[in-house]
Design a protein. Structure first.
Length: 211
């Protein structure tokens, strides 16, 4: 993530694929015709200061990682949908002893006119602290994106990890030093339906059993 100075007027944007295609033509077909901003039309100093507060704010550099920048993403639901889809993974909280394993198979409620359903696109699962698990992977989805995420490893640092699948496998860590003087470790797991956009976050507790 970058940090841009507010001493100059800066527009930092990420183009869509279509936008990059138009820009690459170099024939002037890429034109920004509309944009939106925020302002205060009631500023006591008049219209020249409509955007003063916003222009004085620090500006973060745009970055394309959707898992980090977008908590709630756009989703297309069938016409006439009366209820928003919600996720059910069968647990309101997960408690695992060191080395214990668990498989999560999410279901989406109120989706596609069904009481419960499994989404064809699968589910995205993110563990907030990857150190708490020896194994964290998804199965059932074999796209290039899923294979890449499911094969990603960390170096033991306190970072999150994201996987894709119709079922998510978890195995708790067996490393005692991570606990320090504590008997438990806490983190969270967030599951998102790739088709419905439904989202659920629950706590995860790892209990120390090895001395």
């Amino acid at each position: 993530m970058g940090y841009l100075s507010n001493t100059v007027v800066t527009v930092d944007a990420i183009l869509t694929k279509k936008g990059r295609e138009l820009l690459a033509r170099g024939d002037g077909s890429f034109k920004i015709t509309q944009f939106a901003t925020l302002y205060n039309p009631n500023h006591v100093s008049g219209s020249a200061y409509y955007g003063e507060a916003i222009e004085a704010m620090p500006l973060l550099e745009a970055f394309p990682d959707e898992n980090q920048i977008m908590k709630y993403k756009l989703a297309t639901l069938p016409r006439g949908t009366a209820k928003l889809p919600v996720l059910d993974i069968g647990f309101s909280a997960i408690i695992l002893k060191q080395g214990a394993s668990l498989a999560i198979t999410p279901q989406t409620l109120n989706y596609l006119s069904s009481t419960n359903a499994f989404e064809a696109g699968g589910y995205v699962a993110t563990i907030a602290d990857a150190r708490t698990l020896n194994i964290f992977n998804g199965v059932g989805i074999n796209t290039a994106e899923a294979i890449t995420l499911n094969s990603t490893t960390t170096l033991g640092t306190n970072v999150s990890k994201t996987v894709i699948g119709t079922s998510i496998n978890l195995t708790a860590t067996t490393v005692n030093t991570l606990f320090g003087t504590n008997t438990t470790m806490q983190t969270t797991i967030t599951v998102v339906g790739r088709d419905s956009g439904a989202r659920l976050t629950i706590p995860v507790t790892i209990t120390k059993v090895n001395q």
